[in-house]
Design a protein around this ligand. Structure first.
Ligand code: SAH
Ligand code: SF4
Length: 424
């Protein structure tokens, strides 16, 4: 969602006549779009600002802005800590940025503009960075209040975008050459509940899937509590909806899941996985796990390890719990030392990396479809693209393959990517 917001920021600045440059030294405006989901992301903001302080002192005309979730939650506090920040803006008023810049240019004083609610999403107002794959938000905000999570506080309540503008936007993107869309929402399964259009998430997927020329539809995130068999049926029926679901587990312990306010049990999660695996061949599941939630004990962690070994997700995004001020978990007793949490985390990582490697090896010798995105950033003699399940594949090929879906025979598997040779 932050990446998409950055594309919106870029759009509004380009409208104003600005262009992107390659270094802070060359720029008139620097905008930091922040994430607040874990403390580390917050700390990074102040690290970046610290580096910009000298530049600002030497260049009085430079405008420094901070937007996004940390800006939304900290507001003026950012300018108290870093008085050289010119503009702070929140998650609900990105479209105001051009006028905030005008105000700054006219007045010279610092500005903090945060709205507690609002909806300023216009889908055509985003400057697409990737020419073949586009992010498309379908529902903003979150109503779930998982006890560890800051998102509902910084993104507000759920608001779905109306189906017609979504369809029109994707049609336009496809006519501009986009082959793949990723539909975004904190819980895409809640889509449409706040509208009276009769279009829920599976129906929206069907409508999007009907768009001619759209090769791949991805979506994230799907909350396990709202999983539906209809959703799986739609995925099964439609060739251009990818056989991949990101289904965050967070914990394998029923006691911890309850404390997290996730509203499903480990048994529910296992049932979904069984259902998915028995309904669709070659289905790929990825997940998110938090280690060291307040009060998590060794036996809870063992439950997580147990489910990880049973489900065998293609990939897991793993995080050590980070207390977020204002969330209910931040007030819970948290006796386990960080050192122990890190040990558990490393244990989990080791097991999951091995599972990812084993899962990747299952592709050896197979021919897979890869959407070619460009040259590999690590090796510019190789092209890079993604399989349906989002796994990166590297291969030798010609520039002309960029922006096409090609068939690749997989020859080598690593934990996080695959490589092979082009066969068409
Ligand atoms: N809406 C998505 C999650 C968005 S946040 C969902 O419900 O699945 C992305 C991930 O960050 C979460 O799945 C969770 O694993 C992690 N996360 C969120 N808050 C966190 C915290 N306080 N500490 C550590 N990880 C956290
Ligand atoms: Fe956060 Fe839970 Fe909402 Fe996801 S569903 S954004 S984890 S509160």
């Amino acid at each position: 969602m932050n990446e998409y917001d950055s594309e919106r920021i870029l759009y509004y600045l380009k409208e104003k006549g600005y262009k992107t440059v390659l270094s802070p030294e060359e720029s008139n405006i620097i905008i930091i779009n922040t994430c607040a989901v874990r403390e580390k992301a917050n700390n990074r903001l102040f690290g970046h600002l610290g580096k910009l302080k000298n530049l600002k002192e030497s260049r009085n005309d430079l405008i420094i802005c901070v937007g996004g979730c940390t800006a939304q939650s900290m507001g003026e506090e950012i300018q108290k800590r870093c008085p050289f920040v010119d503009i702070v803006f929140g998650t609900h008023n990105i479209s105001e940025l051009p006028s905030l810049i005008d105000q700054k240019l006219a007045s010279k004083g610092s500005i903090c503009s945060i709205k507690n609610d609002g909806f300023d999403y216009e889908l055509d107002k985003a400057n697409r960075v990737n020419k073949y794959s586009a992010l498309v938000p379908i529902i903003i905000g979150c109503n779930n209040f998982c006890s560890y999570c800051i998102v509902p506080y910084v993104r507000g309540r759920e608001k779905s975008l109306a189906p017609d503008p979504i369809i029109e936007n994707i049609e336009k993107l496809v006519s501009d050459g986009i082959l793949e869309v990723t539909l975004l929402g904190q819980n895409v399964n809640s889509y449409g509940k706040d509208l009276c259009t009769g279009v829920d998430f599976p129906k929206l997927l069907e409508k999007i899937s009907d768009i001619k020329g759209l090769e791949r539809i991805r979506f994230m995130t799907s909350h396990p509590k709202d999983y539906s068999k209809r959703l799986i049926q739609v995925i099964k029926d439609r060739d251009n909806i990818v056989n991949h679901i990101h289904l965050p587990l967070q914990s394998g312990s029923n006691r911890v899941l309850k404390l997290m306010n996730r509203k499903y049990s480990r048994e529910d999660y296992m049932d979904i996985v069984e259902n998915v695996k028995s309904s669709i061949k070659d289905y790929s599941i990825t997940t998110d796990i938090i280690v060291g939630f307040p009060g998590e004990e060794k036996k809870d962690f063992d439950d997580t390890m147990d489910i990880i070994k049973r489900v065998r997700c293609d990939r897991a995004f793993t995080f050590i719990y980070s207390p977020r001020e204002g969330t209910s978990a931040a007030g819970m007793a948290d006796p386990v030392p960080l050192k122990k949490k890190k040990e558990w985390f490393n244990e989990l990582l080791k097991v999951q990396n091995n599972i990812s490697f084993e899962k990747n090896k299952e592709h050896l010798g197979k021919v897979v479809k890869v959407l070619v995105e460009g040259f590999s950033p690590k090796d510019d003699s190789m092209l890079e693209g993604r399989m349906e399940n989002n796994i990166i594949v590297n291969f030798k090929g010609k520039k002309g393959s960029i922006g096409r879906i090609v068939s690749i025979k997989i020859e080598k598997a690593m934990s996080f990517y695959l490589s092979g040779k082009i066969i068409n």
